[in-house]
Structures are given as C-alpha cells and as structure tokens.
Design a protein around this ligand. Structure first.
Ligand SMILES: *Cc1c(COP(=O)(O)O)cnc(C)c1O
Length: 389
C-alpha cells in the first residue's frame, strides 16, 4: 500500500484520508494501530529497530498525524502538541530569544495574547498589537523593534477580519521577520498560508481539525528545515507532545475534514444571510457576505468562507446575552469548529482574558460556530431565540 504525501500530486481529500496512514503490514488493518508503548526494545546498545527509542522523542501514531498535517498544509514538516497553546509556546521558545519582539493582530485569540503578554513577556519577549488590515501600520510596528514574528489570524476571532496573507508576508520578509499564521479558523481545507508566503502555520487542532469536540491538541507546520529542526528540538526537549490516543483521535477527525468543511461553509452562509435580514441585528460579520470588507480577499485566498459567524445586536449586551441563553440547538459553550453548533458570548467567555485591554471585543456581540446539522433547524433555533427579545 502506497501512502501519499504532498509531492504526490494527490488532492486534499485523498491526502486527508491517506497521508501517513499506511495499512498495517502484518495484518493489513486499514487503520494503523495506536502505539501506546513508552519505550522500544533495542537489539544491542544503540540498535534501534525502526528509529523509535522513547515515546516523547518519537511515536508512530504521532508521526502518522504529523505526516497527515504536513501534507494537508503543503508543508515539509509538522509537529503535534498537547494543545494549541502548547504548540504556540514551543514555536515561540524555539525561534525567539529574550529581547526579541512579536507584532500581533489586535483581535488575536485571547489565549494567544495571554501567553505572549503574561508568560513569554515575563521571559523577555516583547509584543506590539496592531490592526493587521493596515499594512503600513504593520510595517512601522515591525521596524520599530527587533521583530522576529508577525503573527496573524485570518479570518480573525471573533471579528472575522480578513488579512492579506501574501501582502503581510511581503511586509514581514522586507524587515527580516517571519510570518506566522494561526490557521485554526479556516483549517487547511479552506486556506493554505504556506502557499501564500507564510513561514509557519499554527493550529489549535482542538477545533475543525479534530472535528467532533473530543480531543484537545495543537500543531506547528513550518516549511524551512532549520525552523523545523529548532521546533522539533523544543517539542522533544520541553515535551508538550500529544499523547498516542489524542494523536489517533485527531487523525481520525482530520480524515473527514473536507466533507465537514463543505457543510460548515454551506450552513455558515445560510445562517449569516438569514441573520443579515433580521431587524434585531446590528451587523453580521461573515466573509461570505458580499458587503463584508474582506469578501473579495477571502474569495481569493480561501476555498470557501467557513462556519464561523459573528453577530451584533441593536439591543446591546442584554439582547446578545438573552439570545445566547435562549438557543436550544446551539449549545452555549466555549470552543468552536466542532460538528455541533455552539454559541459563545466572547466578552465574558472566550475573550474574558482581554477585557479592558486593547483587544477587548464589543459587548453586544455573539460568535456562532455553525455545525453540520440541518441548516433549517439551526435557523429555526435562532428564530425562536430572537423571538425572546
Ligand atoms: C482555541 C484556539 C487556540 C488555542 O488552542 P487550544 O487547543 O485551546 O490550546 C489558538 N488559536 C485559536 C484561533 C483558537 O481558536
């Protein structure tokens, strides 16, 4: 059985099912076994049978996931971690030294901001927060410091701003910095930042990649061998690796990414269009709507527009809170990207850690993670929730 990598010319859905997923040679099992062993017997000192020695350093189940992730992002390497934030922490520690600087989008994920400002800030890494849509401002912020990373999420969380990845790569590279893209919201099915000039992609695989909301994980996908070597060293030396069971569940989710994302996008579009026609709604933030400021750019750099929809209400915070507490199909919960629809009140939930900072989000905003249920049931649920206002 041949496997496929991204040099094979295979399409993304074939890669999702087959990359790194060779049939088990002894029995032909089509699902590779999960390797729980922590250590590997050696034939004499240094006599490793297949390169595996100790499971923190290397594990076949984790390797299978890493190959699959690299193939889907079009990267040469991938490293899988115990969470998205563990992946980000390892990447930053691998490539930055105290005294160096990160220029970060002004609506970055709250946990990323907390990691960079409160954990890595204490270690000596500086940060500046800017509007990534304004490339001149980004260029000035990059030049003002010893900037090593420009760090962007597109579409961003929760304001759904779309940033020009190729343009931003040009700005970062002109100043000798690297462009890091957090591709969690789009997933590798909708957007491949490395192909647009980014140097490293990071993921919270907890979200769309994992799929059914049952495994926490993260990934770093670099193209360059030297960046990969340094990231791999921190993965091994600091040890925030994914467990074999987590790697297996993530691989299983990733195999169905394409079919899930097609449905998430179709449902996201239907929900966004319905909300845009409602009197209670102040604004809908979804790049699939023609009047979204990033619509044209998203149409160029994404395959489709995904399942994340944010919405603000004319009735302010009380209206947003009432709707969040009235839905029945949309569960009120943190996280996103799962097959089940979720509603989140960012200013008190996912983004509570940025309250009162330059990243604070509007208090009349809800973020919907539109799942793969039937669109008419999702819309009926929102209709009965809006009727409570
Ligand atoms: C959830 C999330 C993270 C953090 O990932 P964890 O798996 O929760 O550690 C980072 N970036 C984005 C965009 C996220 O949504």
């Amino acid at each position: 059985m041949t496997t496929f990598d991204n040099a094979s010319g295979a399409g993304i859905n074939t890669l999702a099912v087959h990359a790194g997923q060779a049939y088990e040679p002894l029995t032909g099992a089509v699902v590779p076994p999960v390797h729980f062993a922590t250590t590997y017997a050696q034939d004499g000192i240094g006599g490793l049978r297949s390169g595996y020695e100790y499971s923190r350093g290397g594990n076949p189940t984790r390797d299978a996931l890493q190959e699959q992730l690299a193939a889907l992002e079009g990267g040469r390497h991938a490293f899988s971690f115990a969470s998205g934030l563990a992946a980000e922490d390892a990447l930053i520690r691998a490539l930055l030294a105290p005294g160096e600087h990160i220029v970060l989008g002004n609506d970055a994920y709250g946990g990323t901001y907390r990691l960079i400002s409160r954990v890595l800030g204490g270690w000596g890494v500086g940060h500046t927060v800017v509007d990534m849509a304004d490339l001149d401002t980004v260029a000035r912020a990059v030049a003002a410091q010893k900037t090593r990373f420009v760090w962007v999420e597109t579409p961003s969380n929760p304001m759904m701003k779309v940033t020009d990845i190729a343009g931003l790569a040009g700005v970062a590279h002109a100043a000798g910095a690297l462009l890091v893209v957090d591709n969690t919201f789009a997933s590798p099915y909708l957007q491949n930042p490395l192909a647009l000039g980014a140097d490293v992609v990071v993921h919270s695989t907890t979200k769309y990649i994992g799929g059914p909301s049952d495994v926490v994980g993260g990934a770093v996908v670099p193209n360059d061998d030297e960046l990969a070597g340094r990231t791999g060293f921190v993965q091994f030396a600091a040890g925030a690796v994914s467990s074999p069971m987590d790697a297996f569940l993530t691989t299983r989710g990733l195999k169905t990414l394409g079919v899930r994302m097609d449905r998430h996008s179709a449902n996201g579009q239907a929900v966004a269009e319905w909300l845009a026609g409602r009197d209670e709604v102040e604004a809908v933030f979804y790049p699939g709507l023609p009047d979204h400021p990033g619509h044209g750019l998203a149409a160029r750099q994404m395959r489709s527009f995904g399942g994340m929809v944010s919405v603000s209400f004319k009735g302010g915070a009380p209206a947003a809170r009432k709707v969040a507490e009235s839905t029945k199909v949309f569960a009120l919960a943190e996280s996103l990207g799962g097959i089940e629809s979720l509603v989140n009140y960012p200013s008190e939930m996912t983004h509570a850690s940025v309250k009162g900072t330059e990243l604070a989000v509007p208090e009349n905003l809800l973020r919907l993670s539109v799942g793969i249920e039937d669109a008419r049931d999702l819309i009926a649920d929102l209709e009965q929730a809006l009727a409570q206002l």
